[in-house]
Design a protein around this ligand. Structure first.
Ligand SMILES: NC(=O)c1ccc[n+]([C@@H]2O[C@H](COP(=O)([O-])OP(=O)(O)OC[C@H]3O[C@@H](n4cnc5c(N)ncnc54)[C@H](OP(=O)(O)O)[C@@H]3O)[C@@H](O)[C@H]2O)c1
Length: 304
């Protein structure tokens, strides 16, 4: 089927990011035309993607959105932040809540049929972290939009160019002893970025996913300690030496230093790392026809 007609054109926010670049590939592979919202200054992140449209805009500037979306059948909203920059007006409330409301309003005005929304596993009304609480408010706006929506809630997403596993791999490579926050026993369930992207692309025309919240994860739930050992193995390390840093000390340090961009963690991220981040991923695999990739194999492919 020719999916290049306007009815098969997908508007993507957050396309210049880690997940967004994989999503563009997946949409192109499925035959969709892709139109990306690009912030001024981020154009270079889409270098090498040939046949895609690029429109300048910002989800915090509503006036840039409606014309950008018009002519697209589907909007795929990926924009999100893990770290706030309050001095520049970049907060979870602004980006997750206001940004989503702006994109929803523009999508509705532009007559979009389908709305695919990126949330995160652990999102709930009474979450401890503001990241998760604002993702919840954004989800609620999507659910009440009247559009044919699907919400994705992934655990940690990994692959070349990611933030989390690449940072851990950097520590395992460089440090003689790797710090582990607290006892490192909370589990997470990393999923390869290509599979998240494939699911988004397939959801465009998968009626069974309309008005569904999909929890997204890989097949293996691992503790931070196990994840570090797996990363070490993928990097050819016989053993990863670890030192546990008390949670209380990390909390104090994160409060003091989280505005320093090179400090690796914020108080909000600490709250999230203190929680399990796992789910039953079988519905994700079966709904989207995804073959689970064992974490060990996925890490070897990424890092080996
Ligand atoms: N990575 C994970 O493990 C993970 C797990 C669960 C959920 N998620 C969610 O997945 C989404 C994408 O994550 P990611 O890892 O790909 O993040 P990322 O690499 O930081 O990408 C974020 C994207 O959002 C864009 N953006 C930020 N503020 C914007 C604004 N005001 N207007 C327009 N675009 C803006 C960025 O544009 P610029 O290039 O201009 O900065 C970039 O394209 C987020 O919603 C995140 O919460 C990620």
């Amino acid at each position: 089927m020719d999916k290049q007609t306007p009815a098969h054109r997908v508007f993507v926010t957050g396309a210049t990011g880690f997940v967004g670049r994989s999503v563009i590939h997946a949409l192109r592979t499925e035959g969709y035309g892709v139109r990306c919202l690009v912030r001024r200054g981020s154009e270079a992140d889409l270098r090498g993607f040939g046949a895609i449209e690029r429109v300048e805009g910002n989800v915090l500037v509503p006036g840039t959105l409606e014309a950008a979306i018009t002519g697209c059948d589907t909007a795929l909203h990926l924009v999100g932040i893990i770290r706030e920059q309050p001095s520049r007006g970049v907060t979870f409330e602004r980006v997750h809540v206001d940004g989503t409301a702006n994109v929803l309003a523009a999508a509705t005005a532009a007559g979009v049929r389908r709305f695919l929304h990126m949330s995160a596993l652990g999102t709930r009304a009474a979450a401890r972290s503001r990241y998760h609480r604002t993702k919840w408010t954004a989800e609620e706006a999507v659910r009440s939009s009247g559009l044919a929506w699907t919400i994705f809630r992934p655990s940690v997403i990994y692959g070349r160019g990611d933030g989390f596993v690449s940072m851990l791999a950097g520590m395992v490579s460089r440090l003689p002893v790797v710090p582990v926050i607290g006892d490192g026993r909370q589990r997470l369930q990393p999923v390869p970025v290509e599979q998240v992207a494939e699911a988004f692309a397939r959801a465009v025309e998968l009626p069974a996913t309309v008005k569904q919240v999909v929890e997204v994860a890989g097949p293996d739930a691992v503790t931070m300690v196990e994840l570090l050992d797996m990363i070490g193995a993928a990097l050819g390390r016989r053993r990863v030496l670890k030192a546990h840093v008390p949670l209380g000390l990390m909390r104090v340090m994160a409060r003091l230093f989280h505005r320093v961009p090179s400090f690796p963690i914020t108080p909000d991220q600490l709250l999230m790392l203190g929680e399990e981040n796992t789910c039953d991923a079988r519905p994700f695999f079966s709904t989207f026809g995804v073959t689970p990739v064992p974490l060990r194999a996925g890490l070897e492919r990424m890092l080996g």
